[in-house]
Design a protein around this ligand. Structure first.
Ligand SMILES: [Zn+2]
Length: 110
């Protein structure tokens, strides 16, 4: 069943197939209810399960993790777990570019 209005902005909802990406990797197109005003996408439970399945198959499941910031000398230290390192091909001794993107995001480019 399609909701009449968007929960977020009250915009019109249409049913359509939409691209779904996780960590910049496309998982394919999935049926969703999409708000024509704000772009909010809502997937049914079945579709969410399907997306989870594809994410697991592609090795993307659970790549977003919480980590605690440590301290080494004057610098702060953030541990990157093995799965994320493997996903991006990061290795010890490698030089990476670290820069802020806005006030609440740090980007590490390999
Ligand atoms: Zn909306």
């Amino acid at each position: 069943m399609i909701r009449g209005k968007c929960d977020e902005c009250g915009g019109k909802i249409v049913a359509m197939k939409t691209d779904f990406s996780l960590f910049g990797v496309s998982l394919g197109k999935f049926p969703a209810e999409v708000c024509t005003k704000c772009g909010e996408k809502v997937f049914t439970e079945d579709v969410s399960d399907e997306i989870d399945k594809v994410a697991k198959e592609k090795g993307l499941w659970g790549l977003g993790v919480k980590t605690t910031v440590g301290k080494v000398g004057d610098s702060l230290d953030i541990r990157i777990n093995r799965r994320i390192a493997d996903f991006v091909g990061l290795q010890k001794g490698q030089t990476v570019l670290v820069h802020p993107e806005g006030k609440n995001k740090i980007v590490i480019t390999t």
